[in-house]
Design a protein around this ligand. Structure first.
Ligand SMILES: *Cc1c(COP(=O)(O)O)cnc(C)c1O
Length: 434
């Protein structure tokens, strides 16, 4: 049996297992809901990125993990061990990374509205790069760096005007975006002019990120081409030679069998060809390439275990299977109507001949894991797994309805380890002052 997550199998008891660990046993030992994540799959993904940069671009680059996909101290430690940098998008993520001992010089700080406090925090800690999103932010960085008597190393975020085919809410490369300086309108050029004049910043390079869950290579190649030509224009106009080109993240993953992402190696191969060609055409130096994978690093490494609580059949309309979690641990359906794959952890080989709507326990009708999903004939109490929930689940979770967050159980060397413990009711009241 092939599952969309490579780390899954069926063991001799007929239960679903992840890298040798029985998931029904894990549900019994740690309770449900629980996120279960495979350490080896993530390390393997790190290796794929590192190897592809070596193979197709002579190692002249770096992969940095977009830590918003799954931010916890375990992850910062893991990717550091694998030689990755990271990107953070808030003071909180920066704090988590520094708390995990992540080397400051390999931290990249993103965001369209970093507050002055966050910028100061980042600059005081000498983090590697601050990605500049707009002119106002540039002037703030310049001012704070001046006060601290340091030079801020910046990378300027460009919106290259590329419309990748993905969900509207996860597109970022088109003109109508809250992120970055738009190329076509001249905003990008103006921002560079300002940065050239700013005394306390040093322009290290340029960045773009065109969206998320993208399967085709073509938009990435297109972005690389546009960015390299922009670097050529900047060199001609301002005489500045930058070293770094950050091409963002956005590589798609498999949520269902219909998803067909490109191979990671193919991505680096395709993009590096474009970069090398345009470098020659425009007579610019080959840049140090940065890639920022988030989802593709962790999504297929994780699943969520739930217990079936109630089953409601509305004849000729729909069957609702309600689980003991929902939008609080996985808000992706309510945000984007995302699709997922469900598998019974106890009966993974049973025919999926029912069509059910898997519902959460919150007081929202939109609180679903998915509508009309194939599933076996599950019973009350059965443990089911929702696959490919490693990215943007825990990190997007909430305490709506005062539902505590599930733990993250990491599978490492065939053994489960609690990376993040389950929240308690007391944890949720920690900030209540009365
Ligand atoms: C979210 C984000 C990423 C990661 O995107 P994925 O689709 O998860 O790979 C990378 N760079 C930036 C700037 C982002 O905002």
């Amino acid at each position: 049996m092939q599952f969309i997550m490579d780390c899954l199998n069926v063991n001799e008891n007929g239960n679903l297992e992840m890298s040798g660990c029985d998931l029904v046993k894990i549900a019994k030992e740690f309770g449900t809901p629980a996120y279960v994540v495979d350490d080896a799959t993530i390390r393997n993904n790190c290796k794929k990125y590192n190897d592809s940069i070596k193979k197709y671009y002579d190692g002249n680059g770096r992969a940095i993990y977009a830590s918003k996909a799954l931010s916890c101290k375990y992850m910062y430690k893991l990717v550091n061990e694998e030689g990755f940098g990271i990107d953070v998008v808030s003071g909180g993520e920066l704090y988590a990374a520094l708390s995990a001992g992540f080397p400051a010089d390999k931290i990249y700080f993103h965001g369209n509205n970093k507050t002055p406090d966050e910028l100061k925090y980042a600059l005081e800690n000498n983090i590697g790069r601050i990605m500049v999103d707009n002119a106002l932010e540039l002037s703030r960085i310049n001012e704070i760096a001046g006060e601290l008597k340091i030079k801020a190393n910046i990378i300027i975020r460009i919106t290259p005007g590329i419309d990748a085919s993905t969900h509207d809410f996860i597109k970022t490369g088109q003109i109508d975006s809250k992120f970055g300086a738009v190329l076509e309108t001249g905003e990008a050029d103006d921002l560079v002019a300002l940065a050239v004049k700013a005394e306390n910043v040093c322009i290290k390079g340029f960045h773009c990120h065109i969206g998320s869950q993208i399967f085709d290579l073509e938009p990435f190649e297109h972005a690389a081409e546009v960015m390299m030509n922009f670097i050529g224009d900047v060199k001609e106009k301002y005489g500045i030679i930058t070293d770094e080109l950050d091409l963002g993240g956005g590589f798609g993953i498999r949520y269902t069998e219909d998803d067909n992402p490109s191979d990671l190696g193919e991505y680096m191969n395709a993009v590096s060809k474009v970069v090398k060609r345009v470098a020659k055409e425009r007579d610019v130096k080959l840049p140090f390439i940065i890639v920022e994978p988030g989802r593709s690093m962790v999504a297929e490494a994780g699943l969520t275990l739930y217990s079936v609580g109630t089953i409601k059949n509305i004849p000729n309309i729909r069957t609702y299977v309600s689980i003991d979690g929902g939008m609080t641990d996985n808000p992706r359906y309510i945000l984007y109507q995302s699709r997922y794959t469900a598998v019974s952890a106890e009966n993974p080989l049973a025919p999926q001949d029912k069509t059910v709507t898997i519902a959460g326990k919150c007081c929202e009708s939109g609180d679903l894991i998915g509508k009309d999903m194939p599933l076996n004939d599950v019973k009350v109490g059965e443990i089911i797994a929702i696959l490919s929930t490693g990215a943007y689940n825990y990190s997007m979770s909430s305490n709506y309805n005062r539902v505590p967050r599930p733990p993250i159980i990491m599978i490492k060397d065939g053994k489960p380890t609690v990376a993040v413990r389950r929240e308690t009711y007391d944890d949720m009241l920690k900030c209540d002052m009365f």
